[in-house]
Write a protein that binds this ligand. Structure first.
Ligand SMILES: Nc1nc2c(c(=O)[nH]1)N[C@H]1C(S)=C(S)[C@@H](COP(=O)(O)O)O[C@H]1N2
Ligand SMILES: [Mo]
Length: 246
C-alpha cells in the first residue's frame, strides 16, 4: 500500500489550480467518482483487515479432527517426529533481505499471540481451537521483505497423493494480526494430525489455506512458476479458489 505516494499525487492535482475543474460539471462528476472509488477501496481494505470472531475457552471443541494429511510418512518427517522435532527448522526465504532459519526454540521465544477461533473446512465441518504462536508479520518484518514481494508461500513437509502440499496468501492476509505460525493447540504442542510441529493459522481464510507441517515461508513476486501455478495444492488439483476469504 503506497498510500502516502497515492495521496501526494492526488494532492498535487488538487493544488494545481483545480478549483475551476472541480466546479465544472465533468469535473465534479469525475471527482465524485474518484471519491466513491476511494471509499470503496477503503471499505474493502478495512474489511480485509477486520478480525475473525474469537471465542471463550469454554467454546473449544473437545476434539479437533485432522483433515488431509494426518500422519505424513514421506521424507524425514517420520524420523523428525520420532525425535520430537528437536531438529525442525523453519526457513524464511525468497524475496527477503535477511533469510532466517529458526528452531522451534527460537519460535517459542518470540512474542506470542493466543486466539480461540473457528476453523471452517470446505468439506462441511468446523471446529473451535485455541492456537498459539508468533504473528507472521513479526517474522516477515525481521526478514525484511523486498519491495518486489507480493505473495507469501507456505511450504509443507507432507506429500499428499504424489504432490507436496503448499499454500500462499497475499500481503494483506500475511500481515493480518490473526495470521500466526502456531506451535500449540489448546495449550499443548500441536498433535501430528493437526500439523506438528508448526502450522499456519490464517483466520480470515478457509481451512485449506492453513498449511500444516510448515518447513518454509517464501516471499515471491508471482505464483506462476510454483507447482501448478494456482497458488496452492487444492487450487492446482481441484480448482479451489485461491482467495478463500471468510
Ligand atoms: N500440509 C497440509 N496442510 C493442510 C492440509 C494438508 O493435507 N496438508 N489440509 C488442509 C485442510 S483441507 C484443512 S481443512 C486443514 C485441516 O486442519 P486440521 O488437520 O488441523 O483439522 O488443514 C489444511 N492444511
Ligand atoms: Mo479443508
Amino acid at each position: 500500500m503506497k498510500r502516502r505516494g497515492f495521496l501526494a499525487v492526488l494532492g498535487a492535482g488538487f493544488v494545481a489550480g483545480c478549483n475551476k475543474f472541480a466546479d465544472s460539471d465533468a469535473g465534479s462528476k469525475l471527482l465524485g467518482a474518484a471519491e466513491k472509488w476511494h471509499k470503496n477501496a477503503h471499505e474493502f481494505l478495512m474489511d480485509r483487515k477486520a478480525l475473525a470472531p474469537e471465542f471463550p475457552r469454554s467454546a473449544i471443541s473437545p476434539f479437533f479432527r485432522g483433515n488431509g494429511s494426518v500422519d505424513p510418512q514421506n521424507g524425514d518427517y517420520p524420523a523428525q517426529a520420532e525425535a520430537g522435532f528437536a531438529d525442525w527448522r523453519l526457513e524464511v526465504r525468497g524475496l527477503v533481505e535477511h533469510p532466517l532459519s529458526l528452531s522451534l526454540e527460537n519460535i517459542r521465544k518470540l512474542p506470542q499471540r493466543t486466539q480461540v477461533t473457528r476453523h471452517d473446512c470446505v468439506e462441511g465441518w468446523s471446529a473451535i481451537g485455541e492456537w498459539t504462536g508468533p504473528q507472521l508479520s513479526l517474522l516477515l518484518d525481521t526478514a525484511k521483505l523486498r519491495p518486489e514481494a507480493k505473495y507469501i508461500v507456505f511450504r509443507c513437509a507432507d506429500n499428499l497423493n504424489g504432490q507436496d502440499y503448499y499454500e500462499s496468501v497475499d500481503l494483506i492476509d500475511a500481515y493480518h494480526p490473526q495470521t500466526i505460525v502456531a506451535h500449540e493447540l489448546n495449550g499443548e504442542p500441536l498433535p501430528i494430525r493437526n500439523g506438528a510441529p508448526l502450522r499456519m493459522r490464517i483466520e480470515r481464510q478457509l481451512g485449506y489455506k492453513h498449511a500444516k507441517y510448515l518447513t518454509a515461508i517464501e516471499a515471491v513476486a508471482s505464483l506462476d512458476d510454483i507447482a501448478g501455478g494456482k497458488g496452492g495444492y487444492w487450487e492446482d488439483r481441484a480448482g479451489y479458489q485461491w482467495y478463500a476469504g471468510i
